[in-house]
Write a protein that binds this ligand. Structure first.
Ligand code: FPP
Length: 248
């Protein structure tokens, strides 16, 4: 039986987040430039988004560019930004065909003008779709996001618009760039690295982690389905005991 048929549709993760890693190594193995790995990773993005929407996942968040990635050689950063514009332009049809809405999280104002504009255009044009939201994390880092939220909250307290007693988990979450997006239940990282790399640190408090040695350009929808099957075999206790979960 293939992995898709093993998935229990009544217990799907509503939100899957992916750290797409290994593009550079994939290209190197083929004697090609790192940027070839990034452009080859677009097919994996398309397959994963289509596969996730097809089975009923509601949110798919992809770590496409971290705050730390700005430190890469300028030629690679430029190539990634160009690829992003090109991909958004070309793949908007895939989003329409699959009823997928595009969202973005991160310090979006730090993106080059044309990348920012193309992104906002794709977000606007797909705003009516409701099968799934694909959330691109761009110029994103979790510590940036948390510090940013803390600053906004502190300013509101200073102005008397908020009281320190109002600050709780829900309020804090509402100042993150993921406000209104449920926390991911499943976090996948490709390329055999066992790190979180400053991704959704607050939001993955109770997420299940799935690591695969596959490099991102080799990741296909069956790999996503395999990760979901694995996720469904786990018991999520949220700090409770096994007995409490069973008797619920
Ligand atoms: C990590 O691989 C990947 C990235 C930094 C970029 C991800 C971008 C894409 C898959 C391309 C397009 C995406 C969208 C959403 C349009 P790495 O370069 O760190 O690989 P390495 O660890 O092998 O060096």
């Amino acid at each position: 039986m293939n992995f898709k048929d093993q998935i229990d549709k009544s217990r799907l993760p509503e939100h899957v987040a992916i750290i797409m890693d290994g593009n550079g190594r994939w290209a190197k193995q083929r004697g090609r430039l790192r940027t070839f790995g990034h452009s080859s990773g677009v097919k994996s993005v398309r397959e994963t988004a289509e596969g996730a929407a097809e089975i009923g996942v509601k949110y798919l968040t992809l770590y496409a560019f971290s705050t730390e990635n700005w430190k890469r050689p300028r030629s690679e950063v430029n190539a990634l930004m160009t690829l992003l514009v090109k991909t958004l332009n070309k793949e908007i049809k895939t989003l329409h065909d699959n009823n997928i809405r595009l969202l973005a999280i991160g310090d979006l104002k730090s993106l080059p003008d044309n990348t920012y504009k193309e992104l906002q255009y794709a977000i606007r044009e797909t705003a009516h779709h409701n099968k799934m939201a694909m959330v691109l994390a761009l110029s994103y880092s979790s510590r940036w996001e948390i510090v940013n939220a803390a600053k906004i909250i502190a300013e509101k307290v200073q102005k008397g618009e908020l009281s320190p007693d109002d600050i709780n988990n829900d309020l804090f979450s509402s100042y993150l760039t993921t406000a209104n997006i449920p926390d991911p239940e499943l976090l996948i990282r490709t390329s055999g690295e066992y790190r979180i790399s400053n991704f959704l640190l607050w939001q993955i408090a109770y997420a299940e982690f799935y690591f695969t040695p596959k490099l991102w350009p080799d990741f296909r929808r069956e790999d996503l389905f395999e990760a979901i099957v694995d996720f469904q075999k786990r018991e999520r206790r949220f700090g409770k005991t096994s007995e409490q979960i069973v008797s619920k």
